[in-house]
Design a binder for this molecule. Structure first.
Ligand code: ADP
Ligand code: MG
Length: 230
């Protein structure tokens, strides 16, 4: 299978007044199309930093990041946001839904800048994504009329509506009770096995890891148990 993500020797530091925080220290990672990878690490270990770099929301100081074979350091800001919009889906801890929009409109957001789609094509894609998360009958509900688990399913639908190469999930279950958290993981695993969607799922919760085959551990800015697969 081809690599969706190829990262080699990536460094990232933050400046905090006079102090520097080294968040990533020469990190390597490959993710193949169709894989479900769990990245586990305690708070402050660099998970969000890594996802932000993969999602082209921030730039590495050093090292190489390829998304679908494209070197992101070679792209302009416009090209990066285009790549982000077409190839990456995001799921966040706090769902990040827009409260004044209904479920349909929230899921439609990533498609609204797509000039190549008609309104009808957008509608079909949104409804198909809502079916995938079993919320098609909730299309006209507002986020505040939904449970936490349902809100996160809306966010999953929004992440997959563009049919991205990769879905990045940053602690998507941290605001959910453990039963709901497990249902959200079940849903992501099912989307992975049935629809071959590629996931990189970050968590600090060891308990959630027992059903995921590929578990990587990040500590002090590198992946501890990383083995380069040839
Ligand atoms: P995680 O998501 O695993 O909790 P982060 O990637 O958010 O870890 O953080 C890694 C390290 O970088 C931590 O020491 C954190 O304090 C620091 N850090 C993250 N973002 C910033 C920022 N914007 N400014 C300064 N330091 C930051
Ligand atoms: Mg984080």
């Amino acid at each position: 299978m081809k690599n969706v993500v190829e990262i080699s020797g990536v460094f990232k530091k933050y400046q905090m007044g006079a102090t520097e925080v080294q968040a990533l220290l020469g990190l390597n990672l490959e993710i193949k199309s169709g894989e479900f990878t769990a990245l586990i690490g305690s708070s402050g270990s660099g998970k969000t930093t890594l996802l932000n770099l993969i999602g082209c929301l921030d730039d590495a100081d050093r090292g190489k990041i390829l998304i679908d074979g494209i070197d992101v350091s070679s792209l302009s800001e416009d090209e990066k946001s285009d790549l982000r919009n077409r190839k990456i889906g995001f799921i966040f801890q706090s769902f990040n839904l827009i409260p004044v929009l209904n479920v349909f409109e929230n899921v439609e957001i990533p498609l609204t800048i797509r000039k190549d789609l008609t309104e009808e094509q957008r509608r079909e894609k949104v409804m198909a994504a809502l079916k995938d998360v079993e919320l098609d009958t909730f299309a006209d509900h507002r986020p505040d009329q939904l449970s936490g688990g349902q809100r996160q399913r809306v966010a999953i639908a929004r992440a997959l509506v563009t049919e991205p190469s990769l879905i990045l999930a940053d602690e998507p279950t941290a605001n959910l009770d453990s039963k709901t958290a497990n249902l959200i993981i079940d849903l992501m695993l099912e989307l992975n096995s049935k629809k071959k969607m590629t996931f990189l799922f970050c968590t600090h919760d060891e308990k959630l890891m027992n059903r995921v085959q590929r578990v990587l551990r990040i500590k002090d800015g590198i992946i501890e148990n990383y083995v380069h697969e040839s």
